[in-house]
Design a protein around this ligand. Sequence first.
Ligand SMILES: [Zn+2]
Length: 284
Amino acid sequence: MINQDKNLCAREVGPTILTYHALGSRRDAVTTDPGVFARTIEALVAHGNRCVDLSEWVAAGRPRLAKTFAIAFDDGYRSIALAADSLVRFKLSATVFLVTGFMSRGSNRNARPSWMRDEPILDWTEARELTSAGFRFASHTKSHPNLKLCKYDQISEELIESKSTIEDRLARACDLFAYPFGASNALTRRAVSENYAAAFGVRLDIARQGDDRFDLPRVDAYYIRTDRMIDRLARGEIEPALALRRPPRALKAHAKAWIESIRNRSTVSIRHRPDESIISTCSQ
Ligand SMILES: [Zn+2]
């Protein structure tokens, strides 16, 4: 049970929802060094921060909480298993947003769209095994389209099929959703609200009471890579740094969405094999 903390000061609104993708030694925007991940969790715990389970926090009405954080992984890369030791050591949970259409494809690189890292995706057996370490699973659609470019029935299909697949495969409720590319608008948020309890975007901020429940902010782990940033995060002093990075990140997100829309105008799924069942059929 999560209850709202009393005597909060104005900036203690949390949780800070940290979003990771892959873990490993590559130096790119979506890969976090496992050592950095472990040090971040250690520092957060050492400074008295509590980890909240996102599903429980949402079910409790998203109460204001002092010194709290949550852990999320997008896309379901197999390398996230490297986080298991930290989760078990401190008895934490993490929410993994799965793209269900990729789950059975394992390491088949040719089946993966161009935007995705060429490294293995979890399969359903591995996902089930990870639940014992504290991993929880939620939806990131069936095929990772930009939902803003999809028609309503296509959006519904992505939302409903991914939710039912996760619930069937893992025998647990799937109440949470994360937008591919963080892209949402009024139409997509309405569709999500008909199927999920809450949804997460990529707006760089700490969760606050007045947030739209279907466009909750998160903090991309890309910004938490140095010891200095880890220390600021652990001490609850990260907000000024986030404020500085918010405008350029928003610009970048706009540019990415624009490029995605251009690509969708000229081609649909040319990167997939013709027999792919996960082909994105989204159009303008
Ligand atoms: Zn994604």
